[in-house]
Every structure is written in C-alpha cells, then in structure tokens.
Design a protein around this ligand. Structure first.
Ligand SMILES: Nc1nc2c(ncn2[C@@H]2O[C@H](COP(=O)(O)OP(=O)(O)OP(=O)(O)O)[C@@H](O)[C@H]2O)c(=O)[nH]1
Ligand SMILES: [Mg+2]
Length: 335
C-alpha cells in the first residue's frame, strides 16, 4: 500500500484503520482519533469560552426577541466572524425562528451550531496530492504566520506516512530562516535544498523541483519568505517563483497553501484576496487557533472566500496540525 492511501486513513472506518496498523506501525506514531479530537478540543478552548460560552450565557433562560439578536450579533462580530457572515447567520436564524415559532433562547444555540456546521461543510476539503512524482506543495503567507512550522509538521506527517519528502528553503531573505527549516529537516529526517541567504528564491525553487525529481521523491514542500500582501514588488517575486516551479514541474502544483494566523483577525481576508492575485491558492492553513478567542475568523473565511481551509494549527507540537473537518470542528467548539 502506498503512502497516499495511508494519508487518508482518517476517513476510513475503524476496521480499515486496524487492518492498516501493521503497515503503519513502523513508520508512524500511533495517534488515535480520540487523541486528535482531544487536542482539537483543547486547542479551541479560548474560542469555546470566548465565543460559544458567551452565546450560551446569552440565550440561557431568555426569550427570543430583537434585543437577543442584537447581542448575538455583537458576540459574533467580537469573535471575528465579520459583518457579512454575522448578518448571513443571524438572518438564517431569524428565518428559523419565524418558521418554527419557537421563543426559547436555548434553541438559538442549537440552530447556530447547525448553521456553522453547514457553512463549514460547504467548503470542506483536505490536502490533495497526486501520485505523480514529485507532487508539489508551495507555502506562502505574511511574516510569522506559521509557514515554516507548518512545513515541518507536514513533512513529519507525510514522512511518517511513508512519503519521501524534500524541503526547499525558498525563504532566502534571512539566514535564520534557512537554518530554521534545516532544523526541521534534521528533526524529521528528510532532505533539504538550500542556497545561501540573499540568493535568488526562484533558483532555490528550480533546484528543489529538479532534485525532487532526480531523487525520486513523492513530494516536495517549498518554503517562501513572509511578505505583506500589500507589497507589490514582493508579491510579484512570489509570482515569479511560482512560475519557475510550474515550468520546471511541467504542471500546476498540487497545493499552494496560504498560511494564515488566526489571531490576525479580519486582515486574513485581505491576505487571501491579495495573495490569490499573485499565485493560484488551493487552500488555507489556519494556524494558532489555540492562541485566540476569535476563532470565528474561520467562519468569515468559509463564507467570504471560495478557498477551503484545509489544515488547522491548534498548538506547537507535531500532532497539532490537523486536517480540517467541519463536523469535528463544530463538535469540539460546542463541546
Ligand atoms: N500556538 C501556536 N503557535 C504556532 C502555530 N503555528 C506556528 N506557531 C508559532 O508561530 C511562530 C512563527 O512560526 P514560523 O513557522 O516561524 O512562521 P513563518 O510564517 O515561517 O515566519 P516567517 O518565515 O518569519 O515569515 C513560531 O513560534 C511557531 O512555533 C500554532 O498552530 N499554534
Ligand atoms: Mg518561515
């Protein structure tokens, strides 16, 4: 069985997972589904308390009226759900109220959870990597969003699942950035392509693709320097790196992931919009959800963008980079 099959083991039934255990044991740390869910729940503690907890307090023992809706809107906006998504959600809740003629405040919380699941599910996708060697992932985002850490965690996971992984140190802006990726490569036990700091990132990208092919790698992951989405020259540079990669690869990348720090608030939307003008983004990695009470940004991203959130970061350890699963997410949030 190839690594790709193992990669998607979370979607399989318990029996399927058991059957694979023998093959996985040597190459993967066993992380049970319940263990992952516990990490997710723990990572969402602040948002659960700051957002869902407030909704709970609001509706308890209350009758549904306009005032309750106004307060609910305030809670949603404070949790970074954003105005358009807040309006969409409350409109749908008002419709449910008028259809059901319910007056119990508690009902609002039940419906809100259902609406959140529906919104997140509409755009729920996980990573898709082709069987063609090498599959390619490029990781972009603003400074400090969590790109390099995400690459380290992803390399660990793919490598554990049997893939031969190659990292490309495309952030040539700082010497420390190359070193940081090298530390991850050593820790995970995968190869890395790096040039000196200050060198051309497109040349690193080119060499990474060529080496991935020459070494028969399953997948390469290219790091890039953090950049503000408003700096047009840096965004143009990113476009150039991407063009070099696909020319050398001979096809589109499998994933171009935008890493977004969940604590940056509504700016996340601007990041997604402007980055997607330079490179064809395939999905978002939403990091540092554990560090914010404003995890509602994930709802704004789902509603206002066409891009799926594919991975979420709920902490700093290996197992804290998880596939995004709408149902599980809502379950952990409302637990
Ligand atoms: N708590 C928490 N911290 C995270 C998460 N993801 C990344 N971090 C931390 O965020 C900090 C920045 O991460 P990096 O991976 O260096 O970010 P980057 O986007 O590569 O940064 P630049 O290369 O400087 O643009 C590090 O201290 C990471 O440990 C997460 O999901 N949760
Ligand atoms: Mg970095």
């Amino acid at each position: 069985m190839g690594w790709k099959n193992i990669f998607s083991h979370r979607e399989k039934t318990e029996t399927d997972v058991e059957l694979q255990t023998e093959e996985i044991e040597e190459i993967a740390e066993p992380i049970s589904k319940s263990g992952l869910f516990a990490r997710l729940k723990q990572g969402l503690t602040k948002t659960r308390e700051g957002f869902v907890g407030k909704v709970e307090q609001l509706v308890r023992g209350r009758k549904i009226d306009d005032e309750l809706f106004e307060e609910l809107e305030e809670i949603l906006i404070q949790a970074d759900v954003g105005v358009p998504t807040t309006m969409m959600l409350t409109e749908r809740l008002r419709l449910r109220v008028s259809e059901s003629k319910s007056t119990e405040g508690n009902q609002i919380q039940v419906w809100l959870k259902e609406e959140i699941v529906q919104l997140l599910q509409a755009n729920n996708e996980t990573l898709v990597l082709s069987d063609q060697k090498p599959a390619g992932i490029m990781v972009v985002g603003v400074n400090g969003a969590g790109k390099t850490t995400t690459i380290g965690k992803l390399a660990h996971r793919l490598s554990n699942e049997g893939a031969k992984v190659l990292l490309g140190a495309g952030d040539t802006f700082r010497a420390a950035a190359i070193e940081q990726l090298r530390v991850w490569a050593d820790r995970v036990g995968v190869d890395i392509i790096a040039h000196n700091s200050g060198s051309d990132p497109a040349a690193v990208a080119f060499d990474t693709v060529a080496a991935a092919r020459a070494r028969d790698c399953n997948v390469f992951i290219l790091d890039t320097a953090g950049r503000l989405q408003t700096k047009t020259n840096l965004m143009a540079e990113l476009g150039k790196v991407h063009r070099v990669v696909i020319r050398e690869l001979g096809r589109e990348l499998d994933e171009v992931l935008l890493v977004v720090d969940a604590t940056t608030g509504q700016n996340a939307l601007s990041q997604a919009k402007l980055f997607s003008e330079s490179v064809p983004l395939t999905g978002i990695v939403l990091t540092k959800l554990d560090g914010t009470a404003k995890g509602g940004i994930i709802l704004a991203l789902a509603h206002e963008l066409k891009l799926p959130v594919k991975l979420i970061g709920v902490g700093e350890t290996y197992t804290d980079l998880q596939d995004f699963d709408a149902k599980e997410f809502a379950q952990a949030l409302f637990a």
